[in-house]
Design a protein around this ligand. Structure first.
Ligand SMILES: *[C@@H]1O[C@H](CO)[C@@H](O)[C@H](O)[C@H]1NC(C)=O
Ligand SMILES: *[C@@H]1O[C@H](CO)[C@@H](O)[C@H](O)[C@H]1NC(C)=O
Ligand SMILES: *[C@@H]1O[C@H](CO)[C@@H](O)[C@H](O)[C@H]1NC(C)=O
Length: 515
């Protein structure tokens, strides 16, 4: 038995459908209120330097009330290779945003102007999941402008999403990555907090960058962002309807290998594992014995639940842990692989790079330590995990906001089957239309890169040859996906011959000619 299995049950409590925080602390048993739990963890882990009893005194915190809310700087990182365009004029920024409705919280972000046509290209927000994992995991390993090599140099990513969009990577909720607060009351426990913070951020962002406010805007993310993405999209949509604040031109939202509808998704684990020959039919029957209790517990959790939601998580995770006990040391983000390291992949280059003095100086983060996945944020969101975030989606669809749900086919933890099922089960005016739609090929370069299905403002994509982190495993295909979707095209469109990449290339040609 692999060592990880010996403590699998407690460990799995902190996994969820996510790149997990990877460290379980058996000390926080279910039952404590989240606030108290978070406070105990802060004391135990000292994750917020300067958090002492005095720091929560008057609540004014830091320099929160002084100066502009958005503190942004142009960054010039040393990047080798070919950017595809002249980088002279290319704007790349890092910054801190002082959050409203907090005591002393600052949110860290990167903003990369498009290497395509920044005037026309959409603005895309990316959020990594966890909860508590930094968006730099995606930036440097998936869809950002550059990647980190083993020798700690950055190289341009030919398939960064910044090739066709102006993209923003945010470390959220507070406590994630380089985002921080000196006041523990700022730690978020639910999607209302996440939605408000991102709404506030984009108010300040578009005030600072008014030239981008007219561009189409898309909310995207992965894994636990299956919770964040619908919450943020709904909050921005609500503001639009109420004509509140600076209008954000929300056109769509995309969830990649997400956890959105736990009831259905936990019910799909055993079926997926059986389909993939990870377990036998006997195993399947045994694992499914846990499901009725899980389903009942989720009902008790409900939209406003607290303790009941923690209980539901504990009960439901037994399904997942039971499967892992059978499968042994598989990488639950990509069942073709073995799990190596705390996150099942080796992301140590990121820690080294982000904590390097030269990098920190370039980014303006002072002496702050970078935490790829924060156990504190992870645990603080524990009552949020089993909440059903599908609930707010139909209203967005009815108003014509585009939804793309995509999933790499080899991911177990947020598998395509569970995602496909909740999308089908969702009640909205297009439910029947979606049910009748047929699966079609998603073609890239004339080859089948996935299977897709869609109706009205809804599209679903099962991505071939990919695990949990689709843009890492299929960079080019994921860029094609983003391009077609953000341009209002159907993913099943059969381009005569690789139109997209051609379009990008011809843009680059015109760029380099004019540069
Ligand atoms: C971007 O697109 C606009 C309108 O389509 C065009 O006028 C402009 O020249 C383009 N810019 C570049 C750098 O290609
Ligand atoms: C580091 O790796 C990159 C990409 O593999 C390579 O281009 C570069 O020359 C390497 N630099 C050094 C100093 O080895
Ligand atoms: C930090 O990065 C710089 C630039 O890549 C490098 O020269 C330096 O050796 C690194 N520092 C450490 C402590 O690794």
């Amino acid at each position: 038995m692999a060592p990880a299995k010996l403590w699998s049950f407690l460990f799995l409590l902190s996994l969820a459908c996510t790149v997990s925080a990877g460290r379980a602390n058996p000390d926080h048993s279910a039952g404590a209120l989240p606030q108290g739990q978070a406070e105990r963890m802060i004391k135990a882990l000292n994750l917020i330097p300067g958090t002492s009893s005095s720091s929560s005194s008057d609540g004014s915190g830091d320099d929160l009330l002084d100066g502009p809310r958005l503190q942004e700087r142009a960054i010039k990182l040393d990047v080798v290779g070919d950017a595809g365009i002249s980088t002279e004029e290319l704007g790349q920024y890092a910054g801190y945003f002082k959050l409203a409705r907090t005591h002393a919280a600052k949110m860290f972000y990167f903003f990369f102007e498009s290497r395509g046509n920044k005037t026309d290209d959409p603005v895309v927000l990316w959020m990594t999941g966890g909860p508590g994992c930094a968006s730099e995991l995606a930036l440097f390993y998936e869809n950002g402008p550059f990647k980190i090599t083993d020798n700690q140099t950055l190289v341009w990513n030919d398939y960064g999403w910044d090739k066709v969009s102006n993209i923003i990577f945010v470390d959220q909720p507070v406590g994630t990555g380089f985002s921080y607060s000196t006041d523990i009351r700022d730690i978020r426990h639910n999607e209302e907090g996440v939605g408000e913070d991102m709404y506030d951020f984009f108010q300040a962002f578009f005030e600072a960058h008014p030239e981008y406010a007219k561009n189409k805007f898309f909310v995207t993310g992965e894994s636990y962002a299956g919770h964040y993405v619908p919450a943020v999209a709904a909050r921005l949509h609500k503001a639009l309807k109420k004509e509140e604040g600076v209008p954000v031109n929300l056109k769509g939202f995309a969830i990649g290998n997400g956890l959105t509808q736990p009831d259905i998704q936990y019910g799909a684990y055993a079926d997926y594992a059986l389909d993939m020959n990870l377990i036998t039919t006997t195993d399947h029957a045994n694992v499914m014995k846990f499901y009725p209790a899980c389903e009942a517990a989720i009902k008790l959790c409900g939209p406003k639940g607290t303790i009941g939601c923690i209980a539901a998580l504990v009960v439901c995770q037994s399904i997942f842990s039971a499967i892992l006990i059978i499968t042994g040391n598989i990488n639950y983000y990509d069942v073709r692989k073995e799990c190596q390291g705390a996150l099942c992949y080796d992301f140590s280059n990121l820690d080294t790079f982000m904590n390097n003095e030269t990098t920190r100086e370039a980014l303006g983060v002072g002496n702050r330590k970078f935490v790829a996945c924060s156990p504190l944020v992870h645990e603080a969101m524990i009552v949020d995990w089993m909440k059903n975030l599908e609930k707010g989606i139909p209203e967005l669809l009815e108003d014509g906001i585009e939804l793309l749900v995509y999933a790499g086919e080899f991911d177990l933890i947020c598998n395509w089957l569970g995602n496909s099922r909740w999308v089908s089960a969702m009640e909205w005016s297009g439910q029947m239309g979606y049910a009748r739609a047929v699966w079609e090929e998603f073609q890239v370069d004339g080859k089948e890169a996935g299977l897709t299905k869609g109706y009205g403002s809804l599209q679903f994509l099962k991505v071939h040859d990919a695990g949990h982190m689709v843009p890492m495993d299929q960079p080019k295909n994921s860029l094609e996906m983003l391009y077609r979707w953000t341009r209002g095209k159907s993913l099943s469109e059969k381009p005569s011959a690789a139109t997209l990449i051609k379009e990008i290339r011809s843009k680059e040609d015109s760029y380099s000619k004019s540069a």
